[in-house]
Design a protein around this ligand. Structure first.
Ligand code: SAM
Length: 220
């Protein structure tokens, strides 16, 4: 039986939530497939903040964005996603409609440069603090290598806490042993009179600071 690739499921889930003018983040830019997808969804009135530690990845992604004509709405940072919160404008807190993580190493790049559980945990916490009511967090984990095994254990440990904090979590499993796993955390939409739905410990959104202020992008 043919299975839908988890990358496609992530796009379906995120695409159902993200629209023109939105503020979103791609926590692992890599070759830029997810960045292009997000840039198309938010259009020129939105902003995609994209993070990667490798120059090679950012250059490939920048070329892909340019050839798709969607560079204008993207800020690329040569930075670990653990710095997500520091890089985004202060007004971005609780304003992002989606944050995508596609963990692991760069396809076609050095396998030793990979995301790791320690920094992924910091980045996931920041991402949840940045997520808006009705927003979605997608985390694609690849347990086919050692760092991915640790990241799967991490996300399996964190997901119940996200649910305790009020988000709902869906898990999509690929076929086979050590196959990739996609976690999707959804924040419930705001109901009139609600205060913003935030995970325990997260600060309230600052309404005065602009969420889409153009911070200096490191790569353009
Ligand atoms: C599986 S690839 C991402 C694929 C990408 N989303 C795409 O659509 O092509 C994972 C990427 O995470 C990057 N990475 C590793 N550590 C990172 C970190 N701490 N912060 C952000 N990116 C990191 C790697 O350099 C690699 O390019």
């Amino acid at each position: 039986m043919a299975h839908t690739p988890l990358t496609e499921i992530a796009h379906e889930v995120v695409g159902a939530v993200v629209g023109p003018g939105d503020l979103v983040a791609d926590a692992t830019v890599g070759n830029g497939h997810d960045t292009v997808f997000l840039a198309r969804r938010v259009g020129e009135t939105g902003v995609v903040h994209g993070f990667d530690v490798q120059e090679q990845a950012l250059q490939r992604a920048a070329a892909r964005l340019a050839s798709n004509g969607v560079s204008r709405q993207v800020c690329l940072y040569r930075s670990g996603h653990e710095k997500l919160e520091q890089c985004l404008p202060p007004g971005a807190r609780a304003r992002l409609t989606a944050v995508m993580f596609n963990l692991g190493y760069l396809p076609g790049g050095p396998r030793e440069i990979t995301t790791g559980a320690e920094t992924t945990e910091v980045a996931l916490r920041a991402a949840l603090g940045l997520l808006a009511a009705g927003g979605v967090l997608s985390v694609l984990v690849y347990p086919g290598h050692d760092a991915g095994v640790a990241e799967l254990a991490l996300v399996e440990r964190l997901a119940p806490r996200w649910e305790e904090a009020g988000d709902t979590v869906e898990v999509y499993e690929g076929a086979g042993r050590r196959a990739p796993v996609l976690f999707v955390a959804r924040r419930r939409a705001a109901i009139r009179g609600d205060s913003p739905a935030l995970p325990a410990g997260a600060a309230m959104a600052s309404s005065s600071a602009p969420a889409t202020a153009r911070f200096p992008c490191l790569v353009k």
